[in-house]
Ligand binder design. Sequence first.
Ligand SMILES: [Zn+2]
Length: 409
Amino acid sequence: MTRRLWWWVADIHPLAEHAAAAPQNFTPGLTDHNGRWDLPALVWSRDRDGDWLSSNGLPTWYHADGAVHRARAAGWIHTATGATGNPPPPHDGDHILPLHTVHPDGRRGLLDLLRFAREHKVPWLGVHPDAARDDPHRYVLSPTQGDVLPPDATWVPVTVTCGTVGGGSYPALAAHGYTTRDGTPLCRFPREAVTRMARDLEALRYDYPPGEHPLLGVLDDCVIVYREQEDDDENRRWVEEDRVPVDADGHFPVGAHQWRWIEVGAPSGNSGGAAASLTESHDPAAAPTTVYLAGPMTGYPDFNRQGFAVAARYALAHDWKVRSPQDTDPTHTGPCPDGERQTTAGSHPHPCWVRASLRKMLDCDGVLLLPGWQQSAGARLERAVAEGCAMPIVELDAGELAAFQDRQP
Ligand SMILES: [Zn+2]
């Protein structure tokens, strides 16, 4: 159990501004400690997907496509028991976080605190569940993500990749049996891995639009995550996005609760086989071959995470970089495609995932088709697009993958 809930300030500051600027404020069924329900506030709610903050401003803030705007606290879950790291739900009144509390000692109210955090690039807000009004420590701003890794976890060696780092794979320690609330492994990286990650990201810097990939500054006691931003005048600058402190045994939880790490096991010897065409079609002097994994997810346990992990191991055994639809980020500027809308939980409709996944696929050098792809409309579509674009396609069969099934990192 952690002491606080942690939110990414950039996620919740706009919600607070919405509540503060709204012509009316209303919180159905809830009042604050003074019995008020009509003051600007953030509202803390909990459902099976996690803990959320939303604005109590009226009119309600919807996404362009109809979903209510809200932000989820960073938190872990023990997948076997469902135990989570978040403190238990508070009494009724504690669900209301008023924005304009006046403190006799001159402390900032919540809105001022969030504005201060944005201005000074402090990325995390920790909220204590107890609303005891005179506790000066209910809210803390932190340059780091606080106590959001499970304290009692067993840490096991793994190799992981994710889209944010461009598909390179890195050794890490993962909390055994735990994930973030969206199913991502919780990872800590040794210094050598972070240093290589920083180098790899530096190499990607000019190949992608601003903001697509971060840069890392590796210091003795922390890693600083920078992200390129473009202002209204199209001036670009690198701003500090996160600060990841080294832990007691010299590891850095880079991207924890932010980036969607995927476990891929460890690279190993070359297995040859059907993959030769892909390797031959690629100029060995160029950057490493990057492959996109296409396969079935719907209807499989855990969305076929295991199948994708095995295919990724196969790819890494060929020294290929891996990109996977399993860590696709469907968010986009502008509304969702015509006639589609986000769910109330804020997730995008299927076409948004398809678009984002196809974009990701088209950046790759080839496509690996997982067993069972024929049963997946998405994988069939990806195969057709890859074919139309003359991308090399390698169809993996279950027998070929078997060697990678139980391989331990
Ligand atoms: Zn969308």
